[in-house]
Design a protein. Structure first.
Length: 304
């Protein structure tokens, strides 16, 4: 049986104005074969797409001061720009609208069927289905309908990451998340969190292991001790991986990549090279939930 692989992410400190430092951090994470980096907003991930080739790019966007259509459009565009490496790091701030907000974004991403873009210049036709992008949603907090203008992206849908460990965040991750990042301090806390999330995920009608659990942490100590801790947590089902703390310095990330990553690779728990083109495939995620099957009315053509 193949060794279970650790998932690694690194956050780029919010508010950083030194573009060179952000580029260095993203390139360092890619050199260490990390799965993704997390940045504030969408502008920075868009810029980092030009300086990286394989590492995933997660944009942190909240649900309290944005609108679903705008978020879905920005992230769909990032997924095209990066060749299928986009993720949405959802920050809810206990926003009760968050589940409906994420549900709408997934509806919009799913409003273009695969293969519908034909680009037949001779016939003057761009799509084979004239209703492509049409959507309709009427819910408790949002009433929205029309046409989504971003065609289906390379991953079909960007990866959805939920940040937080409260009950609302756990439920949101169970219903709509691909990944959850939680501040898990101890091995026992990690096991308890992961077990609770699996129960919630099953209750939401999804497979128990559908959501990847990552612990947000700062590593300290000798490289061998850090590697031992990572292996113990992953093998002991306390977490599927880790996200290095957003306050970690670029030098700290370099040290981790130079000293800990080789140990993880020697133990067979971390890839030695990227073998897949998209973030969704880096993470071993299956096809995203299709709203075409679950909510067919949300994708019908809106009457004029």
């Amino acid at each position: 049986m193949a060794e279970k692989q650790v998932v690694l992410g690194a956050s780029i400190a919010a508010g950083r104005t030194d573009a060179a430092a952000s580029v260095h951090a993203a390139r360092t994470a890619e050199r260490g074969r990390f799965d993704f980096v997390v940045a504030d907003g969408v502008t920075e991930p868009n810029a980092l797409a030009a300086y990286t080739d394989r590492v995933g790019l997660a944009a942190t966007l909240g649900t309290t001061s944005t609108e679903p259509y705008d978020v879905a459009r920005r992230l769909g565009s990032l997924d095209h720009l990066s060749g299928g490496r986009a993720a949405w790091n959802v920050v809810t701030a206990a926003d009760e609208r968050a589940p409906e907000f994420v549900d709408i974004a997934r509806t919009l991403w799913d409003s273009w069927a695969e293969g519908v873009v034909t680009v037949d210049r001779d016939a003057g036709r761009f799509v084979s289905d004239p209703t492509a992008g049409a959507f309709y949603h009427r819910g408790r907090d949002f009433r929205i309908g029309g046409r989504f203008t971003v065609p289906r992206s390379p991953q079909a849908q960007p990866v959805v990451i939920v940040s937080g460990d409260g009950p609302a965040e756990r439920d949101l991750a169970a219903r709509h998340g691909d990944v959850v990042i939680a501040p898990l301090a101890t091995f026992e806390e990690g096991r308890a969190f992961r077990a609770d999330l699996r129960r919630r995920t099953v209750a939401a009608g999804r497979p128990a292991g559908a959501v990847t659990v990552l612990a947000a942490t700062t590593f300290a100590g000798p490289a061998a001790s850090v590697a031992d801790r990572i292996v113990r947590w992953v093998h002991g089902e306390a977490a599927d991986g880790f996200v290095l703390d957003s306050q970690a310095t670029p030098a700290g990330l370099d040290e981790f990549v130079d000293t800990v990553v080789p140990l993880l690779q020697d133990r067979g728990i971390l890839r030695t090279d990227y073998t897949t083109p998209t973030l969704r495939r880096h993470l071993g995620l299956g096809a995203p939930l299709s709203h075409r099957a679950v909510h067919p009315r949300s994708l019908q053509k809106v009457p004029s």
